[in-house]
Design a protein around this ligand. Sequence first.
Ligand code: CO
Ligand code: CO
Length: 306
Amino acid sequence: MGTETADDAGIYQLTDDLAVVQTADLFPPVVDDPYSFGAIAAANALSDVYAMGGRPLTAMNLVGWPNGVIEYEHLGEVMRGGAEKIAEAGATLVGGHSWDDAEPKYGLSVTGVIDPKKIVANATAQPGDELVLTKPLGMGIITTAIKSELVSEQTIDQAVTIMATLNASAAEAMLEVGAHAATDVTGFGLMGHLLEVTKGSHVTAEISAGAVPVLEEARALVAQDVAPGGTHRNLQALAADVDFGSLSKNEQLLLADAQTSGGLLIAVAPEKLDQLLEALRKRETPAVAHIGRLLDDPSGRIIVRP
Ligand code: CO
Ligand code: CO
């Protein structure tokens, strides 16, 4: 599996029952604390392996750093945050690469394994499937507000905890129950990544806006006009494919919000929905939300209900 369907990771089959999963991701700091930034960046990079149903085996650090400008002890904290997430994932840090950069950047290249018969792609959803989300939205809006010092410590802690949470247990629940398709919600936001599922799977999605979990603080911030450029661009890009009905502009921005290290968006057969929700609850994923369903209409659009 390569770049055809905007899937989360590349997969290369080695034998009948073994394939490697490969992905890489890095970005500039989303929070001030270097240790938390490292943990979030690592959880985000590992997530693409989990989104496909794979198990991460090895990771390599990718580090851009303003040499001689920001002290190396901060870089040490970034890498400690990353290393602890890699260990939590049961993977091994085997090396990496660094370069001089105008602003700090950190992430991982991750290699995992998967049984080729158990790949959970993003373009294999079925009409009638139910849609489930495992983390709340609002991280793009909140991290933007952090840069302008508009949020409380408590909200920062809450957002950091959510972003640093591995999608490992969500993926475990998904594999236990058996899902038709999945992806993780990151830069293109819930709607953008859902469109990859609907277009790739030739189905239409119906979303209940009221059922989508959003951090309360993000709701308040968007009402004060706080939203990152990426979120506004996401919303503009959705115009042709999404029917937002009577939803307010602020509600639309929340659904389009660019996420960092977001949750899994899972498409599951209706008869397995309750089982999946229960499996997620048992593992205490940051959200356990049934947000909509897929309709037998190949146009690949999204219809948003209040
Ligand atoms: Co992804
Ligand atoms: Co990615």
